[in-house]
Design a protein around this ligand. Structure first.
Ligand code: ARG
Length: 271
C-alpha cells in the first residue's frame, strides 16, 4: 500500500475487490494504515500547556511549540492545521489520524517504543512546585502531604513506577490527578494540594507569573522533549527533523525562543 493513499481512496479501491466480511475482518485486525497526507500538517497539542501550546483568551493557538511547528510548515509550504485536545486524548487522536503528531512539551523518556520520535529539542527536569513559606523544603518533607500531577504525563508515570519515584510517592498522603496544570496550580494556590510534580519548564512559566510559587532544589528526574509521530510516518519525521536543523541554523529557533525566556535555557536545538 502506498503511504500517500488516503484512507478513503484505499477503502474505495478495496471495496471493489473484497467482500464485506473480508473488509470487516480487515478492520477488526486493526490493519488500516493512517498516514500523513503530504500537504497539511495537523499539529496535535495539549490545549492548556503553557508556554508550549495553549489556546489563549482570544481563542488563538499560541506557544513555543505552536510557533515552531508553524515555522516548519512555512519552511515546506505546508498548511498548518492546529489540533488542540485534552492531554489524555493524545494517543486516540494520533492513531485515529485527527493529528499527524503529538508536539506539546512531550517527553520522550519512557515512551521510546510508543512513537516514532523526532530528534530531541529540549531538556527538561521533573520538579516539585510548592507555595513559598509552606515549610516544604525537601522531598522528604512531602511525607503525609497531598501532591498533584497532570494525568497521562511522564511525571505521573515517574510517581507510580517502581523503577521511578514510587517509593517517594508512597509517603504522600495522596496523589491527586488533574486534567491540566492550570487547574492544578489554582488548587495549589488555594491550599487544596500541598505540592505539584511538574515539568521545570511549565513551572518556570507559572513562577514568572506568580512569585509566591517556588521549586524545591531536589529534582525527581531528567528527560528530553521530542515530537511523537505514528510509527509508519518516517517521511514526515525525517522532513521535520531536517527543517528543525535548518531553522536552528538560520536563526528562526532563537528568534522564536526570545519570546519564551522562561524555557530558552533548556532548548538544545543547534547546540
Ligand atoms: N512532559 C510531560 C509529558 O510529556 C508533561 C506533559 C505535559 N505536557 C502537556 N502537553 N500536557 O508527559
Amino acid at each position: 500500500m502506498q503511504a500517500n493513499l488516503t484512507r478513503r481512496s484505499f477503502l474505495k479501491g478495496a471495496a471493489l475487490v473484497m467482500s464485506a466480511p473480508a473488509l470487516m475482518s480487515l478492520a477488526a485486525c486493526g490493519q488500516k494504515t493512517v498516514s500523513w497526507d503530504g500537504q497539511t500538517f495537523k499539529h496535535g497539542f495539549d490545549l492548556d500547556y503553557r508556554p508550549y501550546s495553549y489556546v489563549d483568551d482570544n481563542g488563538q493557538n499560541v506557544g513555543f511549540d505552536v510557533e515552531l511547528a508553524q515555522a516548519v510548515c512555512a519552511y515546506y509550504g505546508w498548511e498548518y492545521v492546529p489540533v488542540p485536545f485534552n492531554w489524555d486524548a493524545k494517543d486516540a487522536e494520533l492513531s485515529a489520524g485527527s493529528c499527524d503528531c503529538i508536539w506539546s512539551g512531550f517527553t520522550i523518556n519512557g515512551r521510546e517504543d510508543d512513537y516514532l520520535w523526532s530528534k530531541p529539542y529540549s531538556d527538561n527536569t521533573q520538579m516539585i512546585l510548592v507555595l513559598g513559606g509552606s515549610g516544604i523544603a525537601a522531598l522528604a518533607d512531602l511525607a503525609g502531604k497531598k501532591v498533584g500531577v497532570q494525568t497521562a504525563t511522564s511525571a505521573y508515570t515517574l510517581l507510580t513506577d517502581e523503577e521511578g519515584q514510587k517509593e517517594l510517592a508512597d509517603t504522600f498522603a495522596s496523589l491527586e490527578v488533574y486534567e491540566n496544570y492550570t487547574v492544578a496550580i489554582t488548587d495549589l494556590k488555594a491550599g487544596a494540594v500541598d505540592a505539584l510534580a511538574i515539568d521545570v519548564t511549565r513551572a518556570n512559566e507559572a513562577i514568572a507569573n506568580d512569585s509566591s510559587l517556588a521549586l524545591l532544589d531536589e529534582a525527581l528526574g531528567s528527560e528530553q522533549y521530542g515530537i511523537g509521530f505514528r510509527k509508519n510516518d518516517t517521511e514526515l519525521c525525517d522532513l521535520v527533523n531536517a527543517a528543525l536543523d535548518a531553522l536552528a541554523v538560520d536563526g528562526t529557533v532563537d528568534a522564536i525562543a526570545q519570546g519564551y525566556p522562561e524555557i530558552a535555557e533548556y532548548l538544545t536545538l543547534g547546540k
